[in-house]
Design a protein around this ligand. Structure first.
Ligand code: PMP
Length: 296
């Protein structure tokens, strides 16, 4: 699913077939989750594949690594170049790109000097699909920022996301919404959260969430369209009064939420600000973010 016989993968300066990949099963990343990664998308444009917000993603990879005292042996510009080569070698246009920075063998809870960079790409549909989602508030709360750097994309953080997703699916929901350690809304397992009320957009402020690149993009686009966007502490009760809600993320893009905990939002997906933002997002990513666009 993520690779086939012909897939080429970048591993520490080498281009390897997926079947040739070897890794150390005593990696500190595998045993204790000490590694960092990114999720990036490339889109087909008239000029060939364009990696959306490439610099922002690889800068965040560096930021995440720094939080775990890991030094990535490549600069952002080099990683961007590798990502473009990866697309070319795999003949991919619309693709999801997964860089993973993982560590060598170390069974102690100490710094690991051996650092590896893997980058793979594959075609991947929108992570949460195209239909408005039935969401539940998770019983698993997000790690506290006093315990781990929650604003970094660290492998081990995702055990929380996996538990929340499994719980939601096992109860018949499509996705979870996770609260922070204070009981306020934080984010989805792999996406940021927004809601709409009287034509204003609201989203949880930074501090307990991953500062999503799509979140920042959507905030820019909304302001460009003349909407106010307010970052604030969001209490779960407030959602009962909201007109609409949605998730944002690289893999997800913009996904509408139909209901939370069985409570349905007033607006139909096509009548939401999120839907207009989604159309704008699609236009920008396929036409390249620097081009003019028209909203259809
Ligand atoms: N929150 C979490 C926990 C995530 O894993 C992601 C996906 N990277 C996001 C938010 C959205 O971030 P971005 O828009 O940068 O993909």
């Amino acid at each position: 699913m993520y690779f086939n016989r012909d897939s080429v993968i970048f591993l520490d300066g080498n281009w390897l077939k997926a079947s040739e990949l070897v890794g150390d099963l005593f990696s500190q990343t595998l045993h204790y989750g000490n590694g960092v990664f990114e999720g990036i998308r490339a889109y087909q444009t008239p000029e060939g594949p364009h990696i959306f917000k490439a610099k922002e993603h690889f800068d965040r990879l560096h930021y995440s690594a720094s939080k775990m005292f890991i030094e990535i042996p490549y600069k952002t510009e080099e990683l961007v170049e590798i990502a473009y080569q990866l697309l070319k070698k795999n003949n991919l246009q619309n693709a999801y790109i997964r860089p993973l920075v993982y560590l060598g063998a170390n069974m102690a809870l100490t710094e690991t000097k051996e650092v590896y960079v893997l980058m793979a790409a594959w075609e991947w549909g929108r992570y949460l699909g195209n239909d408005p989602l039935k969401v539940m508030i998770s019983s698993y709360e997000k790690q506290s920022p006093k315990s781990v750097p929650v604003d970094a994309k660290i492998c081990g953080h995702y055990t929380n996301s996996i538990l929340a997703t499994m719980e939601a699916k096992s109860k018949g929901f499509d996705e979870a919404l996770i609260l922070d350690a204070e009981g306020n809304i934080a984010e989805g397992p792999g996406a940021n959260f927004f809601f709409e009320k009287d034509e204003v957009l609201y989203t949880p402020n930074l501090g307990n969430i991953l500062p999503g690149i799509t979140r920042a993009t959507v905030m820019d686009y909304a302001k460009e369209m003349g909407y106010r966007v307010i970052e604030k502490v969001v209490k779960p009760e407030e959602l009962m009064e909201a007109d609409a809600a949605f998730f944002t993320g690289t893999a997800t893009e913009i996904a509408g939420i139909k209901s939370i905990g069985g409570h349905e939002f007033k607006l139909d997906w096509e009548d939401t600000i999120a839907y207009s933002l989604f159309l704008m997002y699609r236009q920008r990513v396929v036409n390249n973010e620097f081009r003019d666009f028209t909203l259809v």
